[in-house]
Ligand binder design. Structure first.
Ligand SMILES: [Zn+2]
Length: 367
């Protein structure tokens, strides 16, 4: 792991992570355990991609009735979410296959099926977010100023007082932004957060261009041959906005909540925390006993374990969570797991409301 950008340096050791790595290594010592985890992971890719492909083919080649078409659109949304959570995320971390090129190839489903660059996403997610979690200015996911305020170190603005209300429609638009301006802006800036983003070349450039072309072809150009423009536009916007809302909210429930710590780069520099402890305390698990969400979210409800072991298939996280939680208790590290989706959503809502009000001068009427 790269440990310093802009002089933010973590201590990568410590008894907690050493002990936890040893325990996890022990759990994975059996070849059968590793194989089972990989097979459970592999089974998700054909489900995700197959669901998207069948739903799309029915819409284009069968032209079904309105009610079946709505079901197919639901299939496209679900297929895209499963691709985002259970296929491209693991693959772009390098946890599907031992070889990098196969992981990048499967991770390219982000370009072709979801419309955003997997090349840029690997810098944004694997480096900016995973190394500098919730550090304002370095974690690109923790900064949406001047639209919203997630961290206390971000300057207050009057409109943030309403962010816990307007954030939800804003989340629906993030997918559209990522598919259009998001990637282009990142390449033009040459960095994500403070992490360097080089202009892609060779296979990476080909993947970017071909991926965008495939996405535009299946999502817009081919449907326009079959359906009137207004129904294609409506279906496309509905598809992108719903997937965007669910994806953004899922990612936020792990980090942008009352129980997760935030820090500025300066504070982190001064404290020089243990990296593993920093990851546990800036991240929150949710719904650990919900088997449907645990399957569908690709381990994103076990983000503490994901942040400590991003190279492992997410299918191992529920077992690893017991090890991590036990060692956190032993070493006095705060470990938070929200028992239900309701408590997790409530915590996100309250965090946004608190951040929106923090530092705003309120007029008090006297008399
Ligand atoms: Zn990740």
């Amino acid at each position: 792991m790269k440990a310093s950008v802009e002089k933010v340096v973590f201590d990568n050791g410590g008894a907690f992570i050493e002990e936890t790595r040893r325990d996890v290594h022990e759990y994975l010592a059996s070849g059968r355990t590793r194989l089972r985890g990989s097979l459970l992971l592999y089974a998700k890719a054909p489900v995700a991609i197959g669901l998207s492909a069948i739903s799309w083919a029915l819409l284009i080649f069968v032209r079904p009735s309105v009610s079946v078409a709505v079901l197919c659109l639901g299939g496209l949304v679900l297929g895209a979410l499963l691709t985002a959570f259970c296929v491209q995320h693991d693959a772009n971390h390098g946890s599907y296959f031992p070889r990098r090129r196969y992981n990048h190839l499967l991770g390219w489903t982000a370009d072709a099926l979801l419309g955003f660059s997997s090349y840029a996403w690997r810098v944004k997610h694997n480096i900016s977010h995973h190394t500098y979690t919730n550090i304002d200015g370095l974690d690109d996911d923790a900064r949406q100023v001047p639209l919203a305020r997630f961290a206390p170190s971000q300057e207050p603005k009057p409109w943030y007082r309403f962010q816990h209300i307007y954030i939800w429609p804003m989340y629906t638009l993030m997918g559209l932004r990522q598919q259009t301006l998001g990637d282009i802006t990142a390449f033009a800036r040459g960095k994500v957060g403070e992490s360097r983003l080089r202009v892609p070349r060779g296979w990476n450039l080909a993947g970017l261009i071909v991926g965008k072309a495939i996405f535009v072809a299946w999502a817009i150009a081919i449907p326009l041959i079959v359906y009137p423009w207004w129904s294609v536009l409506g279906a496309y916007l509905g598809f992108v906005m719903i997937t965007s809302l669910i994806m953004a909210t899922t990612f936020q429930l792990a980090h942008c909540v009352e129980e997760a710590s935030y820090a500025s780069a300066e504070q982190t520099r001064d404290r020089r925390p243990l990296w593993a402890v920093h990851e546990v305390e800036t991240t929150v698990d949710f719904c650990p006993r919900n088997p449907v969400l645990t399957w569908a979210l690709g381990g994103l409800n076990f983000q503490i374990e994901h942040h400590l072991f991003p190279l492992l298939p997410h299918t191992h996280y529920p077992t690893i969570a017991k090890i991590v939680q036990r060692n956190c208790t032993k070493h006095g590290i705060r470990y938070t797991s929200q028992p239900s989706l309701r408590t997790a959503l409530r915590s996100h809502f309250l965090h946004l409301r608190t951040m929106g009000r923090l530092g705003i001068v309120v007029e008090i009427e006297m008399g």
